[in-house]
Design a protein around this ligand. Structure first.
Ligand code: GLP
Length: 241
C-alpha cells in the first residue's frame, strides 16, 4: 500500500485525475471502477476538463460504479446514477452502453447482483477502482460487519452512514436504508485501487485502514492485502498516521 499525503483537496483531485487519465491514456478501453460522494467531485471536474481541453478520450472506456441506493430511480436527484451523470458522464464522451451502475429499482435483487458481477467479468475485470472511505471505514457500501463480504449484494446502511449522507437529502428520514454494493471480493479483484480521503472526519478511518489490524469492522483495512493500492489523502485525513 502506498500512501501519498498532499497539502490540499485541489492537489488530491489533480493527482487522482492524473492517475485515472494515465490509465485511460495507457489503455483506451480501460475498465474503471468509480465511486460517488463528495470526495471524488474535484477529480471528476479535473477529468471533465482534461476531456474538454486536452481531448482525453473516454469513447472506449467502460465504467462500473461501486453502488446505488436501493429504491431510488436513476432520475432521482439523490441517486448515484444522477450523481455520475452530473459530475462526469455529461461532460465526457463516454458511451451510454459502457456505463454500468447497479439498478436500485430491480425487482429481483439477487438476479441484479449476479448480472452486475457477470458484466464485470465479461468486461475483463476492473483495471482501476477508485474509492472513497466512510467515516466508519466503509468502502462502497460495505459497512463494518463480522465478516468481509464477497460479491455484489444488497446491504443495510449503518446509522452512522445514514447520518453522514443525510446532508444530501432533505431530512435523515429520506436517506434509503439499503443499497446495492460491490462486495469486498469484487473490489479486491480490481487490478489497481486508488483510495481518496480528505478532511479530519476521515482521519480515524484512514489510520485504522492503513495501520490497524485487518478487520471486517474496518472494511477498508482489507486493502492492506491488495498488491497495487494507492491512498491519496490530505494532511487532515493523515493526522493520525
Ligand atoms: C458513501 C459512498 C462511498 C463513499 C463514502 C464517503 O456512502 N457509498 O462510496 O466513499 O460514502 O463519502 P464522502 O466522499 O461524501 O465522504
Amino acid at each position: 500500500m502506498r500512501v501519498y499525503v498532499v497539502d490540499s483537496y485541489g492537489e488530491l483531485s489533480a493527482k487522482a485525475a492524473l492517475i485515472v487519465a494515465g490509465q485511460v491514456a495507457f489503455k483506451a478501453d480501460s475498465v474503471l471502477g468509480l465511486c460517488t460522494g463528495s470526495t471524488p467531485v474535484g477529480m471528476y471536474k479535473e477529468l471533465s476538463a482534461m476531456h474538454q481541453k486536452q481531448g482525453l478520450d473516454f469513447s472506449r472506456v467502460i465504467t462500473f460504479n461501486l453502488d446505488e441506493y436501493y429504491g431510488l430511480a436513476p432520475d432521482n436527484i439523490q441517486s448515484y446514477h444522477y450523481f455520475m451523470k452530473k459530475n462526469l458522464f455529461d461532460h465526457v464522451n463516454i458511451k451510454q452502453e459502457n456505463i454500468h451502475i447497479p439498478d436500485g429499482l430491480a425487482a429481483d435483487i439477487d438476479a441484479e447482483c449476479d448480472r452486475y458481477e457477470e458484466a464485470i467479468q465479461k468486461a475483463g475485470g476492473i483495471d482501476l477502482q477508485v474509492l472513497g472511505i466512510g467515516r466508519n471505514g466503509h468502502i462502497g457500501f460495505n459497512e463494518p460487519a463480522a465478516k468481509f463480504s464477497a460479491a455484489t449484494f444488497l446491504t443495510e446502511l449503518d446509522e452512522d452512514t445514514i447520518k453522514a449522507n443525510a446532508r444530501f437529502f432533505a431530512s435523515p428520514g429520506e436517506v434509503p436504508t439499503c443499497a446495492i454494493t460491490m462486495g469486498i471480493k469484487t473490489i479486491m479483484q480490481a487490478k489497481k485501487i486508488l483510495l481518496l480521503a480528505n478532511g479530519p472526519e476521515k482521519a480515524e478511518a484512514v489510520r485504522n485502514a492503513v495501520k490497524g489490524d485487518i478487520d471486517p469492522y474496518v472494511p477498508a483495512s482489507i486493502l492492506q492485502l491488495h498488491s497495487d493500492c494507492t491512498f491519496i489523502i490530505d494532511r487532515e485525513a493523515a493526522k493520525y498516521l
